[in-house]
Design a protein around this ligand. Structure first.
Ligand code: NAD
Ligand code: UDP
Length: 308
């Protein structure tokens, strides 16, 4: 097939491009390089089945494709809050443009949604039928509400125009090719630990997250796209739940670092807990994560050790 990956030069997008090329597809990787980098896909450049296109999905694009993976959107709070208007435009206008393309060429299109649609959840673990607890006017809203309206657009294009859609709700994912200055917790802690700098825990560190390794996540996305039982939304993540303090301690232990843990103010609207209910993914995709946190952290530490 000919497959478009928007945000393909980013952390998850580049791993997805690798797998699609391995599977024998033709891949068009489209990116504006806001948070992604050509370096993430440089090993694919020159492969006749790989094309790299600099383009911003807030503008329409004309292509002929069979599948669209819509991953373009900054994912780290630091980056998505840098230009919040652009962030929400990427989810809103980007989704309209990509759905319009899918409709015109009759491509199947998958949206990379997020656990952030649940906001600061009052239901734990989060199931797909929970509508969430999102602040519509806070500093995370450009991302959270952008992703929520994208889900609405996907569902409406499906109901109104019969576009063949898939929606995955991705929970915190980490691994090699995360940007060292990405600002997300796993990359921050590893970079700080490897440089023996203070580990910055925001708040008291009792907030929880569930961390999924990139290869597990990509496998689930590929399965979601190619099955025909469900359009989603479907949760994808690793249900192992850890406090941020536990994560900091694990990173210090695995790196053998001399870093000390320091506390910094908790950003506003920071969700207190997050853990996916992945019953649907298990049943429909016959998938569950294989890499536990220690293994995944060790692989990610190795990647950053080589690069720093
Ligand atoms: P990332 O920042 O590494 O990748 C996003 C990519 O999109 C980058 O290459 C960036 O340059 C590109 N991009 C941003 N705006 C664009 C635009 N307007 N036009 C074209 N390209 C644009 O982040 P990631 O972690 O790889 O996330 C990929 C997708 O998965 C995002 O949609 C994100 O919201 C979603 N997601 C990720 C996580 C996670 O934990 N990694 C969790 C939930 C959802
Ligand atoms: N966090 C932290 N120190 C950091 C970066 C993040 O304590 O250097 C916390 C952050 O406040 C949040 C959690 O780690 O509670 C996960 O943050 P991240 O930005 O990775 O993703 P989120 O799940 O909040 O979107």
């Amino acid at each position: 097939m000919r497959i478009l990956v928007t945000g393909g030069a980013g952390f998850l997008g580049s791993h997805l491009c690798d797998r699609l090329i391995e599977q024998g597809h033709d891949v068009i990787c489209l990116d504006n390089y806001f948070t992604g980098s050509k370096k993430n896909v440089e090993h694919l450049i020159g492969n006749p089945r790989f094309e790299l296109v600099r383009h911003d999905i807030t503008q329409p694009v004309l292509l002929e494709v069979d599948r669209i993976y819509n991953l373009a959107c900054p994912a780290s709070p630091v980056h998505y809050q840098y230009n919040p208007v652009k962030t929400i435009k990427t989810s809103l206008l980007g989704s309209v443009n990509m759905l319009g393309l899918a409709k015109r060429v009759r491509a199947r299109i998958l949206q990379a949604s997020t656990s952030e649609v649940y906001g600061d959840p009052t239901v734990h673990p989060q199931t797909e039928n929970y509508w969430g607890n999102v602040n519509p006017i806070g500093i995370r809203s450009c991302y959270d509400e952008g992703k929520r309206v994208a889900e609405t657009l996907f569902m409406d294009y499906h109901r109104q125009n019969k576009v063949d859609i898939r929606i995955v709700r991705i929970f915190n994912t980490y691994g090699p090719r995360m940007h060292p200055n990405d600002g997300r917790v796993v990359s921050n802690f590893i970079v700080q630990a490897l440089q023996n700098k203070d580990i910055t825990v925001y708040g008291d560190g009792s907030q929880t997250r569930s961390f999924c390794f990139a290869s597990d996540l990509v496998e689930a996305i590929l399965r979601m796209m190619e099955q025909t039982q469900s359009i989603g939304p479907i949760n994808i993540g690793n249900p192992g739940e850890f406090t941020i303090l536990e994560l900091a301690e694990k990173v210090i232990k695995l790196t053998g670092s001399k870093s000390k843990i320091i506390k910094e103010p908790l950003p506003s609207d920071d969700p207190k807990q997050r853990k996916p209910d992945i019953s649907n993914a298990k049943k429909i995709l016959e998938w569950e994560p294989k890499i536990n946190l220690e293994e995944g952290l060790a692989l990610t530490i190795e990647y950053f050790r080589r690069g720093l």
